[in-house]
Design a protein around this ligand. Structure first.
Ligand code: SF4
Length: 390
């Protein structure tokens, strides 16, 4: 496709071996024989950035082939993983030392293992990161989804990542078909915001401009958990896309139900991207009120509307140099809540949490059918046991 390069996320599988409390995807796995093929990957457009995610991407034993193909069309690739399959990750990194790896770690050892439900998950993830560092991999780091339970671990975990010279990516709770979840919500917003405030001040103290922009991202997370309008426009589906294991191209992973622009198994990229269906999805994005603040939709916006984060960064770095500190009360809504002008119920109503929602998991009919006799956990556990025998 001629034209500018895009930002893409490839969901290579919906199979997952973790049991995270904030994501039910492990209960709704894709069928391996339906998952995105190399032939479909070959049809993707040129990208300046590609995120490979799942489920757990390393469950796919052909991930190396996928990465090899994607490097033909992408300037930079980052894989999001739970870090469980250390040997597979190391093997892949030997062939692609320039690749980025983000391992989800949800707090210090006990908190992480309780949230992710992976046996020995913290030690495995941590060990994987250390091995990658020792191999000389540069683009490796932690990814943490901040919620009530792990917010007190936010700064301690950042310090560990900082000491190891690693990236530290944050997120907060979201609800969507992708997470097969509609009930995620932050309960104690001031406590969680306080921890973000501390992290923001740590990041602003550093000498790294990248970290100063991360501080802005975390400032946006405080805004998000108070249910406010996004700090930057959302342009998903205009120069950014997600593709799911079935080849369905979508604007993002934040919508309540799956929104499909077209299917790359059946269509060419140009046909799909310029179709009336894609245009309809773009119209919906323009009116979307979910106000997600996830790196996938915020990073392209931060590049596109750079003046806004840059102004914030300059003002706050200067303040930090002069001995001042960022305060969460710079956000009007945080002051309004503190001063009783807004109630918790009003803030809860602004969130995407919907206790009565019936969640659409976005599975194909065939993937859904396999859940008739067995749970998603049983299917994936048997699948991994079989893979380990080979
Ligand atoms: S705000 Fe953007 S990322 Fe979130 S659901 Fe809407 S379109 Fe998707």
């Amino acid at each position: 496709m001629a034209g500018k390069k895009l930002n893409g996320t490839v969901i290579v599988t919906y199979r997952c071996n973790a049991r995270c409390t904030m994501c039910n995807r492990y209960k709704a796995p894709s069928k391996p024989d339906e998952e995105i093929s190399i032939e479909t990957i070959k049809k993707l457009p040129e990208m300046y950035f590609t995120n490979i995610t799942g489920g757990e991407p390393f469950i796919r034993s052909d991930l190396k082939d996928i990465v090899r193909e994607l490097y033909k069309k992408s300037d930079r690739i980052v894989i999001s993983t739970n870090g469980f399959f250390t040997d597979r990750i190391v093997e892949l990194c030997k062939e692609f030392p320039q690749i980025g790896i983000r391992i989800s770690i949800e707090g210090l050892e006990q908190t992480n293992n309780e949230i992710r439900g992976l046996e020995d998950g913290f030690q495995r993830g941590y060990k994987t990161l250390k091995v990658l560092r020792e191999m000389g991999m540069k683009d490796v780091g932690f990814g943490m989804t901040v919620q009530d339970k792990n917010a007190p671990d936010l700064v301690p975990l950042y310090r560990i990542s900082d000491e190891m010279g690693m990236e530290f990516a944050t997120a907060s709770l979201h609800n969507s078909f992708y997470f097969v979840e509609a009930k995620n919500i932050i309960h104690d917003r001031p406590m969680v915001a306080k921890n973000f405030e501390e992290l923001i001040n740590e990041l602003l103290k550093s000498n790294s401009p990248k970290k100063w922009f991360r501080a802005y991202f975390n400032h946006g997370l405080i805004n998000y958990i108070y249910g406010q309008k996004r700090l930057l426009p959302c342009d998903m589906s205009f120069d950014t896309f997600f593709i799911d294991p079935y080849g369905d191209v979508m604007p993002c992973n934040g919508t309540k139900d799956k929104e499909v622009m077209g299917n790359l198994n059946r269509q060419s990229w140009d046909e799909l991207w310029n179709s009336p269906e894609a245009e309809k999805v773009r119209q919906k994005v323009r009116c979307c009120d979910r106000n997600c603040w996830m790196i996938g939709s915020v990073s392209p916006a931060m590049h596109k509307y750079i003046w806004k984060p840059a102004t914030w960064v300059m003002a706050h770095k200067l303040k930090s140099l002069l001995g001042g500190k960022y305060s969460m009360f710079e956000n009007k809504i945080v002051r309004d809540y503190r001063d009783g002008r807004v109630t918790k119920k009003q803030l809860d109503d602004l969130s995407t949490c919907d206790l009565s929602a019936v969640v659409n998991n976005g599975l194909s009919d065939a993937s859904q059918a396999q859940l008739k006799d067995r749970s998603g956990e049983e299917i994936v556990d048997a699948d991994i046991a079989e893979q380990m025998k080979r």
